[in-house]
Design a protein around this ligand. Structure first.
Ligand code: PEP
Length: 250
């Protein structure tokens, strides 16, 4: 049985003190929430936010991680370091990592397998650019990202993976896929998971939508049968917008 999962990706925003303040506000305001909730502050704020979230119903996430456990990898942060400070979830394959930092499916897959080997939950992001959509490539792009991103991941480990469908043209642009349009792509993602892992896994996999989710469109998106939550960027930076998204059912 799937349950709703709302995650906030704070990207490269907020100092440590600003992050602590927002985390505390979310902890206070969302304490009775029924939904699964995660926030992903910048690396520099993870340790401080981890302390704030202790004993709360909000999971701590990282926005990325290195593809190796440790070693000579200047600028990278390892899964061991993240686990050490209480990180439970890692966002991998975000479109900004794919398109700005040129991460390939092979690299993303290496990170996915490493995170899962260390019992870390993964949010695997997939989605097409506007040019790919207009060229009729949406399904082939999304299925390649899913198949290559999940290569070597067994059905048991899949239970620790959430998929986030994020059309690149909708991220941070104010443009949102219509709920019908998004639901159709989510259904397609579910069919790819069915092909890879079978019916039970397809029924259970949580698929978030991401791309300009706001308080006024969250409920209509999540009313769709294949949309199981949201990965929220801009609107997760303020409790005034993130709290009502999490509370979309009230
Ligand atoms: C994101 O960063 O994953 C995202 C969906 O951003 P926004 O909500 O700002 O479009």
């Amino acid at each position: 049985m799937r349950s709703y999962y709302i995650a906030g990706n704070w990207k490269m925003h907020k100092t440590v003190s600003e992050s602590v303040q927002l985390a505390q506000e979310l902890k206070d305001k969302l304490s009775g929430s029924k939904e699964k909730i995660m926030i992903a502050p910048a690396f520099t704020a993870l340790d401080a936010v981890s302390k704030v979230l202790k004993g709360s119903n909000i999971l701590l996430g990282a926005q990325n991680m290195g593809p190796e456990e440790q070693g000579a990898h200047t600028g990278e942060v390892s899964v061991l370091m993240l686990k050490d400070i209480g990180v439970k979830v890692v966002i991998l394959g975000h479109s900004e990592r794919r398109h700005t930092y040129l991460e390939t499916d092979a690299l993303i897959n290496k990170k996915v397998r490493l995170a899962l080997a260390h019992d870390m939950e993964v949010i695997l992001c997939v989605g097409e650019t506007l040019a790919e959509r207009e060229a009729g490539m949406l399904e082939s792009v999304v299925s390649t990202q899913l198949k290559e991103g999940l290569a070597g991941v067994g059905v048991d480990a899949l239970s620790k993976v959430t998929i986030a469908y994020e059309p690149v043209w909708a991220i941070g642009t104010g443009k949102t896929a219509t709920p019908e349009d998004a639901d159709a792509v989510h259904a397609y993602c579910r069919s790819v998971i069915r092909g890879l892992y079978g019916e039970e896994a397809a029924k259970n996999v949580v698929i978030q939508y991401g791309g300009s989710v706001k308080p006024d469109n969250a409920a209509s998106l999540m009313a769709k049968p294949n949309i199981d939550g949201a990965l929220v960027g801009g609107a997760s930076l303020d409790a005034k917008t993130f709290v009502p998204i999490v509370q979309f059912r009230s």
